[in-house]
Ligand binder design. Structure first.
Ligand code: PAF
Length: 293
């Protein structure tokens, strides 16, 4: 265990992190967990700040979880920037970082996984088979290891938050799940560890994601409630980037993820688009205009 003014405490084993959290729990300290895969940016730090505002001990896990990546995904090239992450966490006041090796997290003879069901099936679930099984399994393991009172997730991964909430409800996990707003660059690009893969020109083309969500929001505010019309306009904005490859553009119920045909209540607009081989996701909640009496 390592502690100094310039970096947060670093625990790399389950025994070390448990020693920290058991001591805190005995002292009556509320524990917040911010699960991450590292390569931290302002979006993650906003979760740390939310945890600090509510909890006496903030644990940030940094673990590039192999089981949530498909065979042709970016697991091996996913950015690993532990030294910088620890500096950012210390500057933010996070007390402990938990950065285990895969061999510490996963027994070689493991056989249990968590399948959450319907909410995990469409959108990301369809385009990344097995992804949410990996997420739900590692998040439950982190919850069992750290035993936080509260866990903080970003709404950029809106479906992930719903998957975690469903798992917590179905399996009686005693953790409050908080979803924090998406943090965007000044030009609208949602912050993501994967943005660093983009060349400067692709970074500019990637703005079509947030522009398309903005267009959907404008249409709904103007009273448009036909999902087909809104989806067509969103697609037209995305297609202004010549190399955009669309995995999905969807309008769905934010609880069930079933497709919406009309915008009659809160509706999630969600997209996944590859720009220059980097897969980006973004979303926003649309609220229909209140009826005029
Ligand atoms: O959102 C992420 O970074 C990951 O999916 C999570 C929640 C840390 C699980 O590996």
């Amino acid at each position: 265990m390592n502690a100094s003014a310039s970096i947060s405490k670093l625990a790399t084993t389950i025994a070390q992190i448990r020693a920290e959290t058991i001591a805190a729990r005995r002292a009556g300290v509320k524990i917040g967990l911010v699960p991450t895969m590292g390569a931290l940016h302002e979006g993650h730090l906003s979760l740390v700040r939310a945890s600090k505002a509510e909890c006496g001990l903030t644990v940030v896990s940094i673990f590039v979880n192999p089981t949530q990546f498909g065979p042709n995904e970016d697991f091996s090239k996913y950015p690993r920037t532990l030294d910088n992450d620890l500096k950012l966490l210390a500057a933010c006041g996070a007390e402990v970082a938990f950065a285990p090796e895969a061999s510490e997290m996963y027994r070689s003879d493991r056989s249990t996984t968590v399948d959450v069901g319907e909410v995990a099936e469409p959108l990301e679930g369809e385009f990344r088979p097995g992804h949410f099984r990996g997420v739900a399994t590692v998040v439950l393991k982190l919850f069992n290891i750290v035993q936080p009172d509260v866990a903080f997730f970003g709404q950029k991964d809106f479906q992930q938050v719903q998957v975690v909430r469903r798992m917590v409800a179905d399996l009686n996990v005693s953790v409050d799940v908080r979803a924090c707003p998406i943090v965007r660059e000044p030009d609208g690009l949602a912050m993501s560890s994967r943005n660093r893969y983009l060349s400067p020109a692709a970074r500019r083309r990637a703005l079509v994601l947030s522009r398309s969500l903005k267009r959907a929001d404008e249409l709904v505010r103007q009273g448009q409630c036909d999902a087909a019309v809104i989806l067509a306009e969103m697609r037209a904005v995305i297609e202004t980037a010549e190399d955009a490859r669309i995995d999905y553009i969807a309008l769905v119920d934010p609880e069930t993820f079933r497709p919406a045909e009309t915008i009659a209540g809160p509706t999630l607009a969600a997209l996944a688009v590859k720009i220059e081989n980097t897969r980006l996701i973004d979303n926003c909640l649309l609220s229909p205009r209140a009826p005029i009496l």
